[in-house]
Design a protein around this ligand. Structure first.
Ligand code: ZN
Length: 234
């Protein structure tokens, strides 16, 4: 029965091949979600350990942190930006796992993760998570964890306040919008640890800063660092 099913799947693939989420070309054997060319073309940032990289500059002077980085540059209306959109709004958690894994491999190689003890994905408010079916930052964290074995803490911090979307808000409005929205649920999980706060897209950094402030103020955390899959420069 399984052999027949497998044969049917192969036939289906022959007539309806899986296509690359970026360029739309048919994927070849062994390719998954992105073709090799588009994988090589990801507009990566590559500055994980560079002090004063563009991501660190966003957080500098705002909150105490060790380091910060992102995987790629988010340019509106590009197919790479659409990957994040599909992860957030089109139920494509498989894209999030892949992006997380690619990012994880890179972070691991760069040494960025050398003293990170656990990842805290930016929590969604439970209402939004229920509507979406998952927390996209948690999915990205799963991808990173798959290739690094770093633990994910998704019960330590919660988002207690349901906020409006941050898009189309100024830097000041964004900061105000997310002020005090996070709460610690279990401080013991954070104690003595260097935590990597992970978001999907960093724009002004307001959400990450708010989450870090809550963690730093209300737990005995050792330190925090920041990472995101995409960096949207304004
Ligand atoms: Zn492609």
């Amino acid at each position: 029965m399984n052999a027949i099913f497998e044969r049917l799947r192969e036939l289906f693939q022959l007539f309806f091949p899986e296509t690359c989420e970026v360029c739309g070309n048919s994927l070849r054997y062994g390719e998954h979600i992105l073709c090799t060319d588009c994988l090589l073309d990801v507009p990566k940032i590559h500055l994980h350990n560079l002090e004063h990289n563009p991501v660190e500059n966003i957080f500098a002077g705002q909150v105490p942190f060790v380091r910060a980085t992102s995987f790629f540059n988010y340019q509106k209306h590009t197919e790479y930006a659409h990957l994040v959109h599909k992860l957030k709004y089109r139920n494509r958690d498989d894209i999030g796992i892949l992006l997380g894994e690619l990012f994880g491999v890179e972070l691991q190689k760069s040494g960025f993760l050398s003293d990170i003890d656990a990842i805290v994905p930016i929590p969604l408010h439970r209402k939004r998570e229920r509507k979406r079916g998952y927390n996209q930052s948690r999915i990205l964290a799963e991808g990173i964890s798959n290739v690094t074995n770093i633990a994910i803490l998704d019960n330590a911090v919660i988002r207690a306040v349901h906020t409006q979307t941050q898009t189309r808000k100024s830097k000041e409005e964004r900061a105000k919008n997310v002020e005090g929205i996070f709460e610690i649920r279990d401080a013991s999980l954070l104690e003595g640890k260097h935590i990597l706060i992970l978001d999907d897209v960093i724009t002004t950094g307001a959400t990450c800063i708010s989450c870090a402030e809550t963690i730093l103020r209300q737990s005995n955390v050792k330190a925090v660092s920041f990472a995101s899959i995409a960096l949207a420069q304004r």
